[in-house]
Design a binder for this molecule. Structure first.
Ligand SMILES: O=c1[nH]c(=O)c2nc[nH]c2[nH]1
Ligand SMILES: [Zn+2]
Length: 432
């Protein structure tokens, strides 16, 4: 197997800085050695290079970080980003359901899947947990594009037998379609499947029961849904499920709350629900730009941390306002400011990389640039714009990183590497 080296400034945060003093790995002049798509070695150039005589070494300017992990994003909503007016339930009806209905057309799904994968890579996102639509073809289209690029995507057909006209499956047919997708795509490339009920309001008890059974039957798949995002949504769930003590209890009753469950938002979870999530080993995708855009509320990261709930970051396009996980870190910081809880830039990078990987059960595979992990990484350009250049020149690492969060986006991603191969550059876009 051929080896290839990359030399540059390398930063990774493989463990949570909140819980580990030595979490930050910084190499001012580092060497990353890749073999067979995996990290073979990583360390200071001066000590590592002599161990790899004859190695082809490519210098990379800027800052090398692990590929970003977006733990909650809706690919069919890419064209509905920045839709004006209305909080969650109204926004879904007005903007999102019509956009998703268009995915009944396989050609549209194929076009949007291509655009989405290209866009993820241009933003430095190499792994993601993705909502498709109710149409099985929307998952097929996404998996085809991700497989062709060797991206690590986890996705699922949306279960919504109580959805609006034109965007509904049957309780049974939706589950059968999910099972068929699992059988067809499991184990191909770096793809994964998530059972994906939209939220408690759009699935019947029969469908939620079946979702729980499907999850129990397949120990390698995830559960991906929304929870406690918006006050009106929570009131509607309480009215629809009067026998359950809170929103989480609905999912608990149907066997949907476990160590492979990822819940988007959790903005309005009471301490008791946070504690139950932690005890179950479930995690939350914190989606700051979405929560601000829809006026949903301010996620309490400190409460999740105190309870011991695993957290990753999500762009939540189309409610989110940027696919960039750099920008998402910046938005998470602003929510922290409004809560009196200052988010450290290294912790933010952890949440956007190894923390997200852990949320998806992929901590051994991605997120930390550790030997043996997939060599998915990003070359950031701290001087991508005149303002970034002004703010980062000669500054300490923490300041440069924070400036990238607040001022950066896809413009600051010079190149994205998948399994050690250049998969996109700022100049050329993504390669197919
Ligand atoms: O942010 C969100 N986006 C959605 O598409 C959705 N559906 C249910 N709840 C949701 N929240
Ligand atoms: Zn969402």
């Amino acid at each position: 197997m051929s080896r290839h080296g990359f030399r540059g400034e390398i930063l990774s945060v493989p463990r949570d800085p909140l819980r580990h003093d030595d979490a930050i790995r910084h190499l001012a002049d580092g060497l990353l050695v890749v073999e067979g798509g995996r990290v073979c070695a990583i360390g200071p150039y001066a000590t590592l290079a002599p161990r790899f005589a004859g190695l082809t070494i490519e210098p990379l300017a800027g800052l090398i970080v692990p590929g970003f992990v977006d733990t909650h994003v809706h690919y069919p909503q890419l064209g509905a980003i920045a839709a004006h007016g209305g909080q969650l339930l109204e926004w879904l009806e007005r903007h999102i359901f019509p956009a998703e209905a268009a995915f009944a057309d396989p050609d549209h799904a194929a076009r949007m899947a291509r655009l989405f994968c290209d866009a993820l890579l241009r933003h430095g996102t190499t792994s993601a947990l993705v909502f498709a639509t109710v149409h099985p073809g929307s998952v097929e289209a996404l998996f085809r594009e991700a497989l062709a690029r060797d991206m690590r995507l986890i996705a699922g057909k949306v279960l919504m037998d109580l959805g609006p006209d034109g965007l509904r499956d049957g309780a049974e047919s939706g589950l059968a379609e999910s099972a068929a997708l699992i059988a067809r795509w499991r184990g191909r490339g770096r793809l994964g499947y998530a059972v994906t009920p939209r939220f408690a309001l759009t699935s019947s008890p029969d469908q939620l029961t079946g979702a729980g059974a499907l999850l129990a039957r397949h120990p390698d798949i995830l559960l991906h849904t929304h929870i406690a995002e918006n006050r009106a949504e929570i009131d509607a769930v309480a009215a629809a499920f009067p026998q359950d003590r809170d929103y989480l209890a609905v999912y608990e009753r149907f066997g949907l709350v476990g160590p492979r469950s990822v819940f988007a938002h959790g903005v309005h979870l009471a301490p008791d629900a946070m504690a139950r999530l932690a005890a179950a080993g479930s995690g939350i995708a914190f989606c700051p730009s979405s929560n601000l855009f829809l006026g949903s509320g301010l996620f309490d990261l400190a409460a999740a941390d105190a309870a011991g709930v695993r957290v990753g970051l999500g762009s939540d396009i189309g409610a989110g306002t940027s696919l960039s996980m750099l920008a998402t870190c910046g938005e998470a910081y602003k929510i922290g400011q409004l809560r009196g809880d200052t988010l450290d830039p290294f912790r933010a990078l952890y949440l956007a990389t190894a923390g997200g990987a852990a949320l998806l059960g992929l901590e051994d595979r991605i997120g930390g640039l550790r030997p043996g992990q997939d060599a998915d990484f990003v070359q950031l350009d701290p001087a991508a714009t005149p303002l970034l250049a002004l703010r980062t020149a000669g500054r300490p690492l923490a300041e440069r990183l924070f400036a990238l969060h607040v001022l950066g986006d896809d413009r600051a991603v010079a190149a994205t590497f998948l399994a050690g191969r250049r998969a996109a550059t700022r100049e050329t876009g993504a390669f197919r």
